[in-house]
Each structure stands twice: as structure tokens, then as C-alpha cells.
Design a protein around this ligand. Structure first.
Ligand SMILES: Nc1nc2c(ncn2[C@@H]2O[C@H](COP(=O)(O)OP(=O)(O)OP(=O)(O)O)[C@@H](O)[C@H]2O)c(=O)[nH]1
Ligand SMILES: [Mg+2]
Length: 376
């Protein structure tokens, strides 16, 4: 929740506490004009909205699914069986969010699977980026090619190194061994594990095997480059460098954003379901359920949920990309945003986009009202 919104008490965190919703369910259960059947339907819909976002990590056999999961430490994510396995059906990929792991490059089998996956719910991770070409730029080029070809967000990562920096820091002994060789100018030294451990480079073969086992070839060569420039770098700094080059933080950040977006979209589906329940709850002899639900839908909490769902809608998400926060800075910002979304509502964009824009518009109008009356 943005801190500035706490003052107005307007904004319920997505999937977080929703006092007005809890009140609605309580009123439907026990208040005047009770309708327990509708109460249970609303409670079930709220449960669907609030359930954790499901993440599946998939890809071909040996792509690095387990290693990536370990590097991300996402408890709610599950690894699927491998895709594109001869004689075996592909796993059912139906999670809210899919992480597709590539092993160094896009293979024809990957293309066939990716082409069937929903673009707005899939993130592609090019793992083993250390094994692509001879430098990081080669991995970035492969990532760009995949993003362009498949039209999906793609990031490079070295999961194996990220797992190592998650669980430990280089020891002083590791660094002593690496410093000893930091002056080695032979460019082939860190090219392969065999060369790195070759007796040609001195008698400390066992030491080099140990440090290689701790940090892998990519970790060793990255740490050596850093130590060549500054032999005084300490264990924590080397760990930070290795963690940074693993690329895992960018994957984390993207997944976090997609995770939020998925929850926000489900908020929109929840409001749609409430509107359906309200429509069905009317008619002769009906209690007050319809009025209660409609009051809730017109309230601040539901308008904020709708605003977030509107901004997260795939058809308009690019239009909201410039917002530092979904929450406006002040009343002027709120009304400027409302006007901009109003223009989208009356544009010739597809119906889903205009519907999302209407939700954003209505939310910003309400925030404008609250912010201007609160004198903010
Ligand atoms: N060079 C390199 N190797 C990696 C990287 N990530 C994983 N590996 C290696 O790739 C192999 C397969 O990794 P896993 O994580 O078991 O792959 P997986 O997709 O879970 O494999 P299955 O579950 O058998 O389909 C292991 O030997 C890992 O050590 C990486 O970033 N770079
Ligand atoms: Mg595995």
C-alpha cells in the first residue's frame, strides 16, 4: 500500500485486508434482509480472488527448472515434468503465471510449446547464459532474438551461480587461490574446467579444483576478472558481484510485477462475479442482497480494486506504464489521469480495453473526489 494513501484510508491492498468486503459478507449472513445463500456465493468468490497466484516452472528436460526454482526460492511455484519429451504428453500448463526455462538457446521444440502459451502470463528465462557464446553480450543477443520471435518478456540468467550466491559467500581461502592466479594473462585459463585445473598453471591443482567446485567456471572467471582489477576486493563484494552477474534479481523483479498483475486482474474478475451475483439476487421476494452488493461495488474499496484491475488489463497495460504508482500524487494528478482514461473509453480501441479504461477512469474520479475534499 502506498504510504500516502494510508492517510485517506481509501486504499485496500490487493489481496490484503478488505474491511468493506468482510462487512458485506457479514451483512449478507446476519444483517437485516439476510441472504445466506448469496453470502456463501460472495465468500466463495472472495476466496477465489484471495487465493495465492499459482506459478509453474516449465521447459525441456535439463533446462535448469529445479536450479532456477532453488535460486528464486519461490514457495508457491511448482516444477512441471519436461515439455517436448518424445513419447510423453506435455504437462498441462494452466497456472496463473508460467516461467519457461530455456537452456541457452531457443530450440524448435521450445518454439512449438511457447507458441501455444498465453503471452501476458508467460515469462521466458534463458538459463545457462554463461554457456552462450563467449561473452555476456552473446546471451543478451539470444535473449533479444527470443523476445522478438516469441513476443514474450525474456531475461538471461545463470541459475547455478545464483544458487551458489544464495547459499554462501566466498571464503578467504577461495579468494587467496583466485588472487594467486589473478595475474595469469593466458586467456585460455578460465575457458574450460580442464584448463583451469591444468598442472600447466602451477602445482595448486587441488586448490583450483576446490574453488571450482564452490563457484563453478563462470563464477571463478568472473571473480578472477574482478580481482585482476582490484586484488583487495573482499568476500562480501565478490559475492555481490557474482550475485549481480547471475541476473537473478531482474527475474525476481519481473516475476514480482507479473505476480501482482495477476492478482490485480483476478480482482477485476471478482468484481464481475459480484455484479453477476447482484443481478441474480434481485426479483420479487428477494432480500436486500442486491442492494448490499451494489453498495459495495460503488464503494471506495471496490473502485480501487477495479482501478488496479483496469491498469493491469493486457490491452491497456502499456498506457499505464509511465505511472510511478497506480496511486496518484495529488488531486490534480488524479483528475488528469481520469481525463486520459476517459479519452480511451470513448476511443475506438477494443471493448476489453475500453472496459478496463472505464474502471481506471471511475477509480481516479473517486480518488480525485476524496483527495480534493480531504484538501490534499
Ligand atoms: N552452466 C550452467 N549450468 C546450469 C545452470 N543451471 C543449471 N545448470 C545445470 O543444468 C543441469 C540440469 O539442471 P536442473 O535444474 O536439474 O534441470 P531441470 O530442468 O530441473 O531438469 P529435469 O527436471 O531433469 O528436466 C544441472 O547439471 C545443472 O547444474 C546454469 O545457469 N549454467
Ligand atoms: Mg528438475
Amino acid at each position: 500500500m502506498p504510504t500516502d494513501s494510508a492517510a485517506t484510508g481509501l486504499v485496500a491492498e490487493q489481496g490484503g485486508p478488505a474491511p468493506a468486503l468482510d462487512q458485506l459478507i457479514a451483512n449478507l449472513r446476519t444483517g437485516p434482509g439476510t441472504d445466506p445463500r448469496v453470502a456463501e456465493q460472495v465468500a466463495a468468490a472472495a476466496g477465489m480472488w484471495r487465493r495465492p497466484v499459482r506459478i509453474q516452472v516449465t521447459g525441456r528436460a535439463g533446462a535448469g527448472k529445479s536450479t532456477l526454482l532453488q535460486a528464486l526460492a519461490l514457495i508457491s511455484a511448482e516444477e512441471t515434468t519436461p515439455v517436448d519429451e518424445p513419447g510423453r504428453p506435455d504437462p498441462v500448463l494452466d497456472a496463473d503465471l508460467l516461467v519457461y526455462v530455456l537452456s541457452s538457446a531457443l530450440q524448435p521444440g521450445d518454439r512449438a510449446v511457447l507458441a501455444r502459451l498465453p503471452r501476458d502470463r508467460t515469462v521466458v528465462v534463458l538459463n545457462k547464459a554463461d554457456a552462450v557464446g563467449s561473452r555476456w553480450g552473446d546471451a543478451v543477443a539470444a535473449v533479444d532474438q527470443c523476445a522478438y520471435e516469441m513476443g514474450m518478456a525474456t531475461l538471461p540468467v545463470v541459475s547455478e551461480l545464483a544458487v551458489r550466491t544464495r547459499s554462501g559467500t566466498p571464503s578467504q581461502e577461495d579468494l587467496t587461490i583466485l588472487r594467486r592466479h589473478a595475474a595469469t594473462t593466458d586467456p585460455s585459463f578460465t575457458l574450460t574446467a580442464e584448463l583451469f585445473c591444468s598442472p600447466d598453471f602451477g602445482p595448486d591443482v587441488a586448490d583450483r579444483e576446490t574453488v571450482l567446485a564452490h563457484w563453478g567456471l563462470f563464477g571463478v572467471s568472473t571473480a578472477m576478472s574482478a580481482l585482476q582489477r582490484d586484488p583487495d576486493l573482499g568476500p562480501q563484494t565478490i559475492r555481490q558481484i557474482l550475485h549481480a552477474v547471475s541476473g537473478i534479481d531482474a527475474v525476481h523483479a519481473l516475476l514480482h510485477r507479473r505476480y501482482e498483475r495477476s492478482a490485480e486482474r483476478r480482482g477485476g474478475e471478482f468484481l464481475d462475479e459480484l455484479a453477476r451475483l447482484a443481478a441474480r439476487a434481485g426479483g420479487p421476494g428477494a432480500g436486500r442482497a442486491r442492494d448490499l452488493i451494489e453498495d459495495y461495488l460503488a464503494g471506495d474499496e471496490a473502485l480501487w480494486t477495479g482501478l488496479r484491475a483496469g491498469l493491469a488489463c493486457p490491452e491497456v497495460v502499456h498506457l499505464a506504464a509511465g505511472y510511478p504508482s497506480p496511486y496518484p500524487a495529488d488531486a490534480d494528478d488524479a483528475i488528469a489521469r481520469a481525463q486520459r482514461w476517459r479519452a480511451v473509453v470513448s476511443s475506438d480501441m477494443p471493448a476489453a480495453a475500453r472496459r478496463a479504461a472505464l474502471r481506471a477512469h471511475n477509480g481516479y474520479v473517486r480518488l480525485f473526489e476524496r483527495m480534493s475534499s480531504a484538501g490534499l
